[in-house]
Design a protein around this ligand. Structure first.
Ligand code: FAD
Length: 320
C-alpha cells in the first residue's frame, strides 16, 4: 500500500501481476521462472491465489514464500474462509509472516467444487469482513489488507437478465465500505469488460465515502473458450461490440489473443485517462498478453528491464 500511495503521490502509473498455483511441481518451477522474467519489468507486487475451497493451501503457501524470498518480489497471498477454521487461518498467516510477507487479499471464497452455496465451516468465518476484522485484531498493522470489489455486484446478486437489482448493488457497495472501514487498505476488482461499468463503480464508491485505491482487475482474453468459461462463471457483462469482434475469429487462437491485447490496451488507456494510476493484470500464468498490453501503454520497455541476469530455481527449495 505504501508503494501504491507513493506512486500515486508521484503521479506514476503502477501495475501488478496475479498468478494461480499450478498442479504439479514442474508447473510450480515453470511458474516461478516465468514470474522471475516478468518481475524484471518492475511490478509493484505479485499475488498468488488460494484455490477454491482451500484446495491449494500448501502449494499457495509454498509459492508465496518462494515469491517473496527467491524471486524477491513484494508478495501478496490470497486467503479465503472456505473450509478454514480460525486455527488454519492463523497457521497460514503466521507462516507468511515468518517469511516476511506483509500483504494479504482477504476473501470469503467460493464454495468448494461440487457445491453451489458458501457454507461457514465450524470455528471459521462467514464472510471476508470478519476475516479482515480478525487480521486487524490479531496482527494489528503488520499486514496490508486488500479486499475484492465487484463493479457489477457480486455474482450471487446478478439475476437472469445479467444485472443486479439497484438495491442489491447498493447493498454490495455498503458492505464493501464496511470491509474498508474494518481495515482494508485497497480494493482489487473482479474482472470486467465494460470499462464504463468500472468507472461508474469507482464513482459510486467515492460517493459513499470509500477513499482507498480501487485497482481495476484486467483479464486479457487469451483464448475464446477460457474467456467464455470465466465470464459465464463470474456473470460478467460482455459489450455487444466485443461479442461481434470475437465471433468471426473464435476458432483462431492467435487472432483471439491479438484482439485480447488490443482490447486490454484500449480498456487500460480509458482507465488511465480517467486518472486512475494502478492496473492489476490477471496473467492466468502467461506472460505474452500482460506484457504486450503494458508495452502498448508505454509502461514497460524491452530495453528497460530492471533485472537482466537469467535466474534458475534451486528446485530442492521449491520441492520441500
Ligand atoms: P465477501 O466480501 O464476504 O462477500 C460475498 C457476498 O456476500 C457479497 O455479495 C456481499 O455483499 C455479501 N455479504 C457478505 N456478508 C455480508 C453482510 N454481512 N452483509 C451484507 N452482505 C454481505 N476465490 C478463491 O477461492 N480464491 C482466490 O484466490 C480468489 N481470489 C479472488 C480475487 C479477486 C480480486 C476477486 C474479485 C475474487 C476472488 N475470488 C477468489 C473469488 C471470491 O472468493 C468469490 O467471489 C466469493 O464468492 C466472495 O468472496 P468475497 O471476499 O468477495 O466475499
Amino acid at each position: 500500500i505504501e508503494k501504491i500511495q507513493k506512486a500515486a503521490a508521484d503521479g506514476r502509473t503502477v501495475f501488478s501481476f496475479e498468478y494461480f498455483p499450478p498442479k504439479t511441481d514442474d508447473g510450480v518451477d515453470n511458474l516461478l521462472e516465468r514470474m522471475d522474467r516478468m518481475v524484471a519489468y518492475g511490478p509493484t507486487f505479485c499475488d498468488i491465489t488460494w484455490g477454491a475451497g482451500g484446495s491449494t493451501a500448501d502449494t499457495t503457501l509454498k509459492i508465496a514464500k518462494s515469491m517473496q524470498n527467491l524471486v524477491c518480489v513484494e508478495t501478496m497471498m490470497h486467503l479465503t474462509c472456505t473450509n478454514m477454521p480460525v486455527e488454519k487461518i492463523d497457521h497460514a498467516l503466521q507462516t507468511i509472516k515468518s517469511n516476511g510477507i506483509q500483504n494479504v487479499l482477504a476473501l470469503r471464497g467460493d464454495p468448494p467444487h461440487g457445491q453451489d452455496k458458501f457454507v461457514q465451516v465450524e470455528g471459521g468465518f462467514s464472510c471476508a469482513l470478519n476475516l479482515v476484522k480478525h487480521i486487524k485484531d490479531k496482527y494489528d498493522d503488520y499486514f496490508g489488507i486488500t479486499v475484492a470489489g465487484y463493479p457489477e455486484a457480486h455474482p450471487d446478486e446478478i439475476k437472469a437478465d445479467g444485472r443486479a437489482p439497484p438495491e442489491a448493488y447498493n447493498r454490495d457497495l455498503e458492505y464493501l465500505k464496511r470491509k474498508v472501514d474494518a481495515g482494508a487498505d485497497f480494493i482489487i476488482t473482479q474482472l470486467f469488460y465494460d470499462t464504463d461499468i468500472f468507472l461508474k463503480f469507482v464513482n459510486d464508491c467515492r460517493q459513499i465515502g470509500i477513499t482507498c485505491p480501487i485497482v481495476p482487475g484486467i483479464m486479457p482474453i487469451n483464448n475464446y473458450n477460457g474467456f467464455k468459461r470465466m465470464t459465464t462463471f463470474c456473470k460478467t457483462k460482455i459489450p455487444a461490440e466485443i461479442i461481434a469482434a470475437l465471433d468471426p475469429i473464435k476458432e483462431n487462437d492467435e487472432a483471439v489473443k491479438n484482439y485480447g491485447i488490443q482490447l486490454g490496451t484500449d480498456m487500460c488507456k480509458k482507465i488511465l485517462a480517467s486518472g486512475i494510476k494502478t492496473l492489476h493484470l490477471y496473467t492466468l500464468n502467461m506472460d505474452k498478453s500482460a506484457l504486450a498490453i503494458l508495452m502498448n501503454l508505454g509502461l514497460i520497455e524491452e530495453s528497460k528491464i530492471s533485472r537482466t541476469l537469467p535466474w534458475r530455481p534451486p528446485t530442492n527449495v521449491f520441492r520441500v
